[in-house]
Write a protein that binds this ligand. Sequence first.
Ligand code: M6P
Ligand code: ZN
Length: 195
Amino acid sequence: MEFDVIQRVSLIDPPAAVNLHTWHLEGTNLVESLKRLGDLPGIFRDARAFALMDPDTVVYRVQAYMPTTEGTEGGLYFGTTVIEPGTVGGEYFMTRGHSHARADRAEFYWGVKGQGVLLLLTPGGTIRAERISAGSLHYIDANTAHRVANTGDEPLIFGASWPSDAGHNYAEIASQGFGARVVIGASGTPEIIVV
Ligand code: M6P
Ligand code: ZN
């Protein structure tokens, strides 16, 4: 069979790719950040234990594929976060945690590898916690602050996708805290304590 060719569309490779083993992103428009303990003062409860640890210790890395300018309405971003295993005085390594600058923007997280906890906090002060493991899918509702702790003994990898006009609001959590902490409990397993 023959087609009448009006125009040929060239077939190209997309500008970015995800390595499905490591979830490392490759390509263009990638933004990367690395957080060491020294970048996270005041996040963990035990300030004494924190002060005794090496501030150069890597806590987590983020890679984000940002194909549109930050603030663009209607766009999407895609990210991968790897949190190292460890604790500060028995409190698991975790992300800084944030709400969205445009608070009415939602987000997806999903577990790739390892074990963790997603803490969720509503403006009314309701705290929820979801278990993260390979394949877990987490819908972070609008107006909900979110933070992830690695509760396992290997790196925790999770993916994320959020609107390009969501932005980050770190001030809210910095001033009022998260209301809950993920710690090693008496039995040696993760416990969520309200503080
Ligand atoms: C996910 C996304 C990012 C976020 C990152 C680390 O990849 O939610 O927007 O930056 O986690 O979280 P935080 O910014 O709270 O340190
Ligand atoms: Zn977010």
